[in-house]
Design a protein around this ligand. Structure first.
Ligand code: NAI
Ligand code: MG
Length: 487
């Protein structure tokens, strides 16, 4: 790295040395214990930064799903009748225990999924604990959250989560469900099952009653079996739009409430009057955080035409200083791509951008590690609205830069996508913030910042990005039957 343009220096490697207690094999977590799958099947989970197998994990079939749903149903009676303050105590204990073993869990998250340790340590783990703390606070206040209603739990909740924030997504889903008195059958993604299984160990350590949370590992068929089980009374899904649509079809003829948090193609709009350095940082964190494996990644950048040259120059300079490599190194900014399949998808879309005539700007030519899945942070200029890279979710460290001349044009282009998850607005003018934010078709709009999350703040999308909210008071609603108290 160049310091004031004169001294060349680099960071010494700073690998995280803590090693979590990883088993060679993991069973399914049903009714409070790890058990062998009825299916007799298992699969391996690998470290995407090295290609090495970390552990073998059971694959749950329909019979295992049935067992887990029955365990959750049996546990539901007692759990839902437990004094709310007692339920809250369990959630507080889970939160405290997550904090105690945060360092090991952060390392495990990074090993299994490829994200840099600075992110798992500073974002995923603190937020996962925060979700349990926050929802512990709601457990005995539900009747005040929805005045005039008698809130009742729905029963067994089926929850299916993706690989980009494995432990955090588990916390987002489990904490509100338990606070509202439900029980859970949760399936983590097949490439990142380990932190959910270690969360199951936490449940054992805090003596969470058996059956209240069951964790089933497996791929899409396991998820489909959870959706299809008649004992499941609510489904929450985060993942791809295609699978989300399939789940919606599967539930069309059943009275099972559904929340979907799907993909996105979120815009960042930078006006000429914005604080440019801050905006560059926001754009950088919006697209290169977690290798772009973020549903709300700011993957389309609209810059006001009058500042596009200095902005792109600043962006290129900042991108050049990102450190790609060993995710366990505390200096790493961009880690490994989660799976070979995801890397193939990203590479195909980048090739498509080049074929369509957009100009690719890549980080320096330093060699990437020989093993594992890697993709350099990059951005495209010369992007037309019709280009595939301007329309399709890439879910990788690839940004499409476009320009606009008027606020109306920025809005029109930002909204011209089937998705509606998130958006960012960068301007010095408060009135412009309110005008633009109010007209953006997005569930979440960040102003002069990006990718900020809090358990108290509802998150979710509109249009093809799904429906329903997670977090805050809004996030409790899907987990409750709200009958009018007068009825
Ligand atoms: P996916 O949607 O297949 O996987 C998400 C979860 O759904 C996993 O746990 C998976 O096992 C489960 N699943 C798969 N098929 C299922 C089915 N038929 N019924 C029930 N559950 C099922 O996503 P995938 O294949 O890992 O990634 C594909 C693309 O999806 C990515 O390139 C990205 O564009 C998008 N994606 C979006 C995410 C988000 O946070 N919104 C997260 C992950 C992927
Ligand atoms: Mg893995």
């Amino acid at each position: 790295m160049s310091n004031s343009g004169t001294i060349e220096w680099d960071y010494a490697p700073a690998p995280e040395r803590i090693r979590p207690d990883i088993s060679d094999e993991y069973g399914l977590f049903i009714d409070g214990a790890f058990v062998e799958p009825e299916s007799g099947e298992s699969f391996k989970t690998v470290n995407p930064a090295t290609g090495q197998t970390i552990a073998r994990v059971a694959s749950a079939g329909a019979a295992d799903v049935d067992k887990a749903v029955k365990a959750a149903k049996a546990a539901g009676g007692k759990w839902s009748r437990l004094k709310p303050t007692e339920r809250a105590k369990f959630l507080f204990r889970i939160a405290r225990r997550l904090q105690e073993c945060a360092r090991e869990l952060a390392v495990l998250e990074t090993m299994d999924g490829g994200k840099p340790i600075c992110e798992s340590r500073d974002v995923d783990l603190p937020l996962a604990a925060q979700h349990f703390f926050y929802h512990a606070g709601w457990a005995d206040k539900l009747q005040w959250a929805f005045p005039g209603c008698t809130p009742r739990p729905r029963g067994v909740c089926g929850q299916i989560i993706p690989w980009n924030f494995p432990l955090l997504m588990a916390a987002w889903k489990i904490a509100p469900a338990l606070a509202c008195g439900n029980t859970v059958v949760l399936k983590p993604a097949e490439t990142t099952p380990l932190t959910a299984l270690h969360l199951a160990r936490v449940f054992q350590e805090v003596d969470l009653p058996p059956g209240v949370v069951n964790i089933l590992t497996g791929a899409g068929e396991t998820g489909a079996a959870i959706v299809d089980h008649p004992g499941v009374k609510k489904i929450a899904f985060t993942g791809s739009t295609d699978v989300g649509r399939g789940i919606m079809h599967a539930l069309a003829s059943r009275d099972v409430p559904l929340t979907l948090e799907l993909g996105g193609k979120s815009p960042n709009i930078v006006f000429a009057d914005a604080a440019i350095d801050q905006a560059v940082e926001g754009v950088v964190s919006g697209i290169w955080f977690n290798q772009g494996h973020v549903c709300c990644a700011g993957s389309r950048l609209f810059v006001e035409e009058s500042i596009v040259e200095p902005f792109v120059a600043a962006l290129r300079e900042r991108m050049g200083r990102l450190r790609v490599g060993d995710p366990l190194d505390k200096n790493t900014d961009v880690g490994a791509i989660n799976s070979r399949e995801q890397l193939n998808r990203i590479e195909a879309l980048v090739a498509c951008g080049q074929e369509e005539g957009a100009i690719l700007h890549e980080i320096n030519d330093d060699p990437l590690p020989k093993r594992g899945n890697w993709h350099r942070p990059c951005f495209f200029t010369g992007v037309e609205p019709s280009h595939v890279i301007a329309r399709e979710e890439i879910f990788g460290p690839v940004l499409s830069v476009m320009t606009f001349r008027t606020p109306q044009e920025a809005l029109r282009r930002a909204n011209s996508t089937p998705y509606g998850l998130a958006a960012g607005v960068w301007t010095d003018k408060g009135s412009k913030v309110f005008d633009i934010a109010g007209a953006l078709e997005a569930g979440v709009v960040w102003c002069n910042t990006y990718n900020k999350f809090d358990a108290a703040s509802p998150f979710g999308g509109c249009k093809a990005s799904g429906f329903g909210r997670e977090g805050g008071r809004h996030g409790l609603r899907p987990y409750l039957n709200l009958r009018s108290s007068g009825a």
